[in-house]
Design a binder for this molecule. Structure first.
Ligand code: HEM
Length: 473
């Protein structure tokens, strides 16, 4: 954990495996939360920065992330990926045929948006969905959620009066945000009516689970209305708004970086493909129970997040005077010499997720297999830790494992530019530097709300079944 920019201290959670000590005392809270609550999400109950309120409110929202929802996430991811293969014409490729995909993040953003929209709100949105199906809100749901998501930084950072300025972009952002909320209110109203008519049993999306949980929460043990803490429509909109945005770019960019790592590390791609051949023999329709049989795929996602965490710095502040305990010397494994650090109430702190690789062996190497052995779980913090950790973690894991597995099962992934291509920058370089340059290019990042890929382009080569070798290197 960082107490200041200069003072890189390890998170108490991660070193001592005792996150409950720090979190349950209510010592840490999320600064990010305050940004959200003040600026944009008055209805977002999870984003309270008061720990004592956060816990019961989590209990209302957490049941939404149930096994039924994860199964829906899996099924949705499956059909969205198959739909993508079709819409891009990849499914018609002959074995050995090759296609260039110059902008991988654009594809992964489309996929995760589709999964979120369907598994969160029951909106049937695949990559082939017509974007012009706007109803009365000035733009379609897809356009609204995409535009809000692309411009989330401005929505969170700018004060409300900024939207009164005659700046076309800001006004479009505001229109998109209003449209998105209007769609969400409409979906909630429809769902409530369906619940009243007893027609919701077949739907297991997140919105449904939240409404049901909310209804149960307001119902007393004897079945009567308890008048307690159920979610109002504004709170439901606030929560679904945050789910949509917290879960879109984070998952999409992580997926894009995982594809980049596999394009660079052909040996790990072959290792992964062995698992996929086993789990998905020809003509097998993927089902949610396959998820537990894909530990290598999950390990690739974890290793990607360890090296390229979507959230690079998790802001916190101390809600009471706190002592951080001894810091063992991470370089030689010896215990430290009583370096206790006093953190006064109100101090701004943060988990520096990018700094955490120093707690791993060969920290800079891409070694997904490390996650198949015993590892220090507290040193893996891309989803944060403790009571405020990412509530959408498994949602994203199920989605990304499914998408990555299906893509790699059918296509071999190579870096877009290779020796002999028309890429002038690379043609001038000798063989030994080419792979390094390609890796640098694929893993480069640019500023964004989450760690954003700069340029991930790959070549997809349709696999000949069972051939684990790289087609051309
Ligand atoms: C690779 C994917 C993801 C990563 C790396 C990630 C990471 C994070 C991190 C670091 C936090 C901050 C926790 C803290 O303040 O201590 C967070 C919070 C949150 N995430 Fe995620 N997330 C991902 C995907 C998702 C998805 C798919 C959803 C929803 C469907 C989601 C919903 C949320 C919510 C609602 C919070 C706020 C939790 C709270 O305030 O208690 N996230 N996430």
């Amino acid at each position: 954990m960082h107490v200041s920019q200069e003072n890189g201290l390890k998170s108490p959670d991660s070193r001592y495996g005792n996150s409950s000590h720090f979190v349950s005392t209510g010592s840490w809270s999320s600064r990010l939360s305050i940004l959200f609550i003040l600026n944009h999400c008055p209805g977002y109950v999870l984003e309270t920065h008061q720990y004592t309120l956060h816990l019961p409110q989590t209990q209302v929202v957490a049941p939404g992330f149930s096994e039924k929802v994860f199964e829906l996430v899996w099924d949705t991811s499956t059909w969205i990926v198959l739909d993508l293969f079709k819409s891009e014409g990849w499914d018609a490729m002959a074995p050995g045929e090759e296609r260039e995909v110059p902008n991988v993040p654009e594809i992964t953003l489309r996929v995760t948006l589709g999964v979120l929209a369907t598994a969160s709100f029951g909106a049937p949105l695949g990559p082939q969905q017509d974007k012009e199906t706007a109803t009365g809100h000035g733009m379609s749901f897809v356009e609204a959620i995409s535009y809000v998501s692309e411009n989330i930084f401005w929505l969170l950072a700018l004060p409300k009066f900024a939207y009164k300025l005659p700046i076309a972009k800001l006004q479009r952002i505001q229109r998109a945000d209003r449209a998105l909320r209007a769609y969400m209110h409409g979906m909630i109203a429809t769902r409530r009516e369906e619940i009243l008519r007893g027609e919701v049993s077949a739907k297991h999306d997140l919105l449904n689970a939240l409404i049901e949980s909310s209804v149960q929460d307001t119902t007393g043990e004897d079945g009567s209305a308890a008048g307690g803490g159920g979610l109002s429509d504004d709170e439901l909109v606030g929560n679904t708004w945050i789910f949509a945005l917290a879960g879109h770019e984070t998952s999409a960019h992580s997926l894009a970086f995982a594809i980049a790592y596999l394009a660079i590390h052909q040996d790990k791609q072959a290792w992964l493909y062995e698992e996929l051949l086993d789990v998905f023999p020809a003509d097998h329709t993927p089902v949610y129970s396959d998820y537990a049989r894909l530990p290598r795929t999950l390990a690739v996602i974890y290793e990607t997040l360890r090296l390229h965490p979507a959230v690079v710095y998790i802001p916190k502040y101390a809600t009471e005077d706190t002592w951080l305990p001894d810091e063992p010397d991470v370089d030689d494994g010896e215990e430290g010499e009583g370096k206790r650090v006093f953190v006064p109430k109100g101090t701004q702190c943060g988990i520096d997720t990018v700094g955490l690789p120093r707690y791993w062996k060969n920290p800079d190497s891409f070694l997904p297999e490390r996650f198949l052995e015993e590892y220090d779980r507290d040193a893996f913090a891309p989803f944060s830790a403790g009571a405020r950790a990412c509530i959408g973690r498994k949602f994203s894991e199920v989605e990304n494992v499914c998408v990555l597995a299906l893509l790699l099962r059918h296509y071999h992934v190579l870096p877009l530019s290779s020796k002999g291509s028309s890429d002038e920058a690379l043609d001038k370089v000798d063989d030994t530097r080419i792979n390094e340059l390609l890796a640098e290019r694929l893993l480069a990042t640019k500023p964004g709300v989450t760690l954003t890929p700069k340029e991930i382009g790959v070549r997809l080569v349709k696999r000949r079944d069972g051939d684990v070798r790289a087609p051309m290197l």
